[in-house]
Ligand binder design. Structure first.
Ligand code: MHF
Ligand code: KIV
Ligand code: MG
Length: 290
């Protein structure tokens, strides 16, 4: 598969199959410059969310080059029914755990609702907390031209910024639900937002729940990578919430492909453990000390 890729050195037996982004990079962490170079080489790459050290380690060793500490933690970690309630205080410890667990992946953290919208100073202060307390390498904010001053200020401060357009879940109350965005005339607004983010210095942009044809046009129009979720096959990269793709989340959107059935696997393990404890079948001598 990658045998013909000149930049990929031989890897130790048993090592995870690297994505193209990891080619030739030894064990150092992926950087935003690597991400930019991948677009120039027309390489597609995967991003997953992560919220704890152990899952971050699993994904890192599986060759996922970029991990996102998403504000979706509000829903999949904290049990809220939207991303609105989660705070910087909630997310910073999760982000710190992900950075400790992942040795090679670039770690990006979402700025949560209410931690950047009011202005440049608020955005810089929130981003600085993720950089100083969690040691993340990049920050993501939702929105286009309405958050441009914040994006420009963060970039000027040396903070790599990932944009996020389309279905921006922090605006769920304005959208009136989790609906596909950018159809018809709205597509041109989204295109203008994407170009503005690139001009402001964003290093990449997430396109969530938009028509595949729009995502393809935006991807062609930008020199920075697009990362799709429910945006079809035409983006440079893809992202999914890990509990969705692993089949742990009971109800998911149409764009989710389940690559495992963790809901059943984990439930079966818990049921079997419970049965054995009740029956006195666990622990046996094998699991006991003399
Ligand atoms: N676990 C999880 N996965 C996610 O992908 C995710 C979160 N949480 N939380 C934050 C947002 C919310 N997201 C969502 C939630 C629901 C739909 C959804 O049900 N969409 C409809 C589309 C309806 C239409 O056609 O307009 C669908 O049927 O897929 C989409 C994105 C994506 N994000
Ligand atoms: C799904 C991705 C793009 C996200 O913003 C999140 O997980 O919070
Ligand atoms: Mg998010």
């Amino acid at each position: 598969m990658s045998a013909s890729t000149p930049t990929s050195p031989a890897r130790p037996q048993g090592a995870a199959q690297p994505t193209a982004l990891y080619g030739g990079q030894g064990t150092r962490r992926v950087t935003v410059r690597d991400i930019a170079a991948a677009k120039a080489r027309h390489e597609k790459w995967p991003m997953l969310t992560a919220y704890d050290a152990l899952s971050a380690r699993v994904f890192d060793e599986a060759g996922i080059p970029v991990l996102l500490v998403g504000d979706s933690a509000a829903m999949v970690v904290y049990g809220y029914d939207s991303t609105i309630p989660v705070t910087v205080d909630d997310l910073v410890p999760l982000a710190a755990a992900v950075v400790r667990g992942a040795k090679r992946a670039l770690v990006v953290a979402d700025l949560p609702f209410g931690s950047y919208q009011s202005g440049v100073a608020e955005a810089l202060a929130s981003a600085a907390r993720f950089m100083k307390e969690a040691n993340v390498q990049a920050i993501k904010v939702e929105g286009g031209r309405r958050v441009l001053p914040q994006v420009e200020a963060m970039v000027a401060a040396g903070i790599p910024v990932m944009g996020h357009l389309g279905l921006t879940p922090q605006s769920v109350n304005a959208f009136g639900g989790y609906r596909v965005q950018g159809r018809g005339e709205d597509g041109e607004q989204l295109m203008a937002d994407a170009k503005a983010l690139e001009a402001a210095g964003a290093f990449s942009v997430v396109l969530e729940c938009v028509p595949d044809e729009l995502a393809r046009r935006v991807t062609a129009a930008l020199s920075i990578p697009t990362i799709g979720i429910g945006a079809g096959e035409g983006t440079d990269a893809q992202v999914l919430v890990w509990q969705d793709m692993a089949g742990l989340t009971p109800h998911t959107a149409k764009f989710v492909k389940k690559y495992a059935d963790l809901y059943s696997v984990l439930g079966d393990a818990a049921r079997e453990y419970a049965e054995e404890v009740v029956a006195g079948a666990f622990p046996t001598a094998e699991y006991s000390y003399k």
